[in-house]
Design a protein around this ligand. Structure first.
Ligand SMILES: Cc1cc2nc3c(=O)[nH]c(=O)nc-3n(C[C@H](O)[C@H](O)[C@H](O)COP(=O)(O)O)c2cc1C
Length: 336
């Protein structure tokens, strides 16, 4: 298996639901939600790519860094690379039913483990999405992270306990799914939360707890006030609100606002190790990868691991080429 054969197989398996473009940038699939695209005009998805493309790197080769250290610690867990698998749920209706939810989650969780990192699993109106993900995490000895929809606090706390019983190392909530109509239509109400409601979740959370879908300083400060353990700067891959900025645009001000009070992860348009390095330079502790790992999942866990290993190799080379010795040593000075 190599990247080319993976991509060809994905093109066949996904049918019209995803064209597996050479550059996965949200142009061909604009408006395809359900599907793999961005909402509406697709501007928010495309902004993620454009924001990253605007940054350039300082090429530095007069130094001693030949073997940079890629490992890092996130939520108390040592990872081989600052790259995690993003939660992707609803494979059955977004992606031509190409894998049952549980099998997809297992490919992500196990593929991330094979690569020495952690994968997240999603949630959705079909109980199979959360349960399939949780089962994958349980079977992986807890080496995975379930991410819950912003249901009522009582429902979230119940599911957090299930995550803890499965041995999960952390649990998240994608608060940017606050307006997901398919959840509410299925009788599972979702909505935004006040900072007091976030604090209540944190107070009772049996595991490290983070909020995914933060795009402003004010929301980040509210999360810090609530005492949560981390945030993911994310616009849900451009799938929840048209015309947001790209995540790389808002990341630096959010990092400055929280000032080290919590772990800051980021996702959206990260397609290469060079993109990972840019996000680290903009202040992230680590990144999540969404759609590229879905292509990897066509090859099962081994396919997911292959995509991650390719990105790690690119990151390593980019760190040598910018004179960056370790993930902790990445600073904005490497940006031109
Ligand atoms: C089909 C699809 C389903 C998704 N499902 C979820 C989900 O269940 N929970 C969640 O937190 N994010 C979900 N996301 C968002 C991803 O976790 C992630 O934020 C986004 O895909 C990152 O952008 P990228 O795909 O450009 O890397 C989904 C994204 C896609 C494309």
């Amino acid at each position: 298996m190599d990247m080319n054969s993976l991509r060809e197989a994905a093109r066949e398996r996904f049918g019209k639901a995803c064209r597996v473009c050479k550059i996965c940038n949200g142009v061909a699939c604009a408006g395809e939600v359900p599907g793999m695209g961005g909402l509406g005009t697709g501007a928010a998805f495309q902004s993620n790519m454009q924001a990253l493309a605007l940054h350039r790197l300082q090429q530095r080769v007069v130094h001693q860094v030949s073997e940079p250290k890629l490992s890092c610690t996130i939520f108390g867990q040592e990872l081989s690379m600052p790259i995690l698998g993003a939660p992707i749920g609803g494979i059955t209706f977004n992606l031509n039913d190409f894998l049952p939810e549980a099998e997809y989650a297992a490919a992500i969780v196990n593929g991330c483990r094979q690569a020495g990192t952690l994968g997240m699993t999603g949630d959705g109106p079909n109980p199979g999405v959360f349960n399939g993900g949780l089962e994958a995490v349980r079977l992986a000895g807890g080496q995975g992270i379930p991410v819950l929809k912003p249901r009522d606090n009582e429902a979230i706390l119940e599911k957090m306990q299930e995550a803890a019983a499965a041995g999960a190392i952390a649990v998240g909530m994608d608060l940017d799914a606050a307006a997901l109509i398919n959840m509410t239509r299925a009788g599972q109400r979702v909505g935004p939360k006040t900072k007091e409601q976030l604090a209540e979740l944190k107070r009772h959370a049996p595991l490290p707890f983070f909020v995914k879908g933060i795009m402003t300083e004010a929301d980040a400060e509210a999360c810090a006030w609530a005492g949560v353990d981390g945030i993911v700067v994310s616009n849900h891959g451009g799938r929840v609100l048209d015309y947001t900025p790209g995540t790389a645009e808002v990341l630096p001000e959010i990092v400055e606002a929280v000032d080290g009070a919590l772990t800051v992860l980021v996702d959206g348009g990260v397609r290469s190790g060079t993109d990972v390095l840019k996000m680290l330079a903009l202040g992230a502790d680590a990144v999540l990868i969404g759609r590229p790992l879905t292509v990897g999942a066509v090859g099962g866990a081994a396919g997911v691991a292959l995509v991650l290993q390719k990105m790690a190799a690119e990151l390593l080379a980019a760190m040598v080429m910018t004179g960056t010795a370790s993930v902790e040593d990445v600073t904005e000075d490497i940006l031109w």
